[in-house]
Design a protein around this ligand. Structure first.
Ligand code: NAD
Ligand code: LMR
Length: 329
């Protein structure tokens, strides 16, 4: 048997956590021959609920699951972990100022960043799901300066999946026939789901859709506002689809990407496609060997896309500048 990969999940007693940890234990992140250990982290008042999640994990008798730790202590929770999946956070509530949200999440992600730097394994990779995920990731990264920039990720795979389904549904094909939709920028309503670089059954998606008005005025806002639409319908934010996208992201970063394809994930910008260096922004990415990744360069950016990409990246720059000011980072 291989040595277990140790995965920490924060917010593990929450809705996304409940949809995610069983799939991690089953082997969906690293394959059916890779054992895992789970460090489940939540706040102290959630420990009873978390113990219930552990009881259910025990009752699955997963062959790959070697150990479960339930804790609210960050030193214990991040000890020697190879992956830290940060789900727990304080999303914006009605009436809450942006600065209030940044202060609360600043405290959470500063503390978690510091603990990860101090206690995690030397090869740790950090993946942020909790909103606002790009900026939370940026805050944690500022607090862990010794961890290389290429180990930090924020989730936009759910947006990619949403965009893929919208294109498939519009053109009467299956989701698997749609490839290479790119999500640019922030996981927010300014994100830019780019169909111009996508294909449907190998043909340019724009040609197959053949409806510019739908692409620019229906498809884009539908994807941008899908999270809010699910909240309105369910009375709670997307959980199973978010957990599925989180699993797909870690899998994509741990497995060679199929030839000619790419996927979207928030990464630390090195100035690619004119994005501001240092922000955590969603870009098209490939993994060659299951360990190292790179941004796919040379995609065609037309004038329409340029304006959308610039707008969402400006929002990210503003968010990180506010965080810098409010948190003194
Ligand atoms: P939830 O309220 O069901 O669960 C959140 C859990 O986090 C709770 O158990 C809570 O106790 C815990 N928590 C809060 N503060 C914590 C801290 N400091 N340390 C550890 N745990 C903490 O929420 P959910 O539905 O699981 O969603 C979690 C987050 O994911 C939210 O911020 C949500 O907006 C975000 N989200 C992101 C995406 C995306 O695509 N990036 C999609 C859906 C949801
Ligand atoms: C989503 O995209 O479903 C979530 O990020 C929405 C939210 O605000 O929790």
């Amino acid at each position: 048997m291989k040595k277990a990969i140790k995965v920490a999940v924060t917010g593990a007693a929450g809705n996304i956590g409940y949809s995610m940890v069983f799939r991690i234990a089953k082997g969906d992140l690293f394959g059916a021959d890779q054992p895992v250990e789970l460090n489940l982290i939540d706040i102290a008042p959630a420990m009873d609920k978390l113990e219930g999640v552990k009881m259910e994990l025990d009752d699955c008798a997963f062959p790959l699951l070697e150990k479960i730790v339930c804790t609210s202590d960050l030193a214990e929770g991040f000890k020697d972990v190879n992956w830290a999946i940060l789900v727990g956070s304080m999303p914006r509530k009605a009436g809450m100022e942006r600065s209030d949200l940044l202060k609360i999440n600043g405290g959470i992600f500063t503390g978690q960043g510091k603990a990860i730097e101090q206690y995690a394994a030397k090869d740790v990779r950090i993946f942020v799901v909790g909103n606002p995920c790009n900026t939370n990731c940026w805050i944690a990264k500022q607090s862990a300066p010794s961890i290389p920039a290429d180990r930090w990720f924020a989730m936009t795979m759910l947006d990619q999946h949403r965009a893929t389904y919208q294109l498939a549904n519009k053109t009467g094909v299956l989701s698997r026939d749609v490839k290479n939709v790119v999500i640019w920028g922030n996981h927010s309503s300014t994100q830019y789901p780019d169909a111009y670089n996508a294909t449907i059954n190998g043909k340019p998606a724009v040609e197959v859709v053949n409806d510019k008005d739908w692409l620019e005025n229906d498809f884009i806002p539908t994807v941008q506002k899908r999270g809010a639409a699910v909240i309105a319908a369910r009375g709670a934010s997307s959980a199973a689809s978010a957990a599925n996208a989180a699993i797909d992201t870690v899998y994509a970063l741990s497995t060679p990407t199929p030839k000619g394809e790419w996927f979207s994930v928030g990464v630390c910008s090195n100035g690619e496609y004119g994005t501001p260096k240092g922000i955590i922004t969603s870009l098209p990415v490939r993994t060659e060997d299951g360990k190292t990744w790179h941004v796919v360069e040379g995609l065609d950016i037309n004038e329409f896309s340029r304006a959308k990409i610039d707008a969402t990246n400006k929002e990210l720059l503003d968010e990180s500048n506010s965080a810098k000011e409010i948190l003194g980072l």
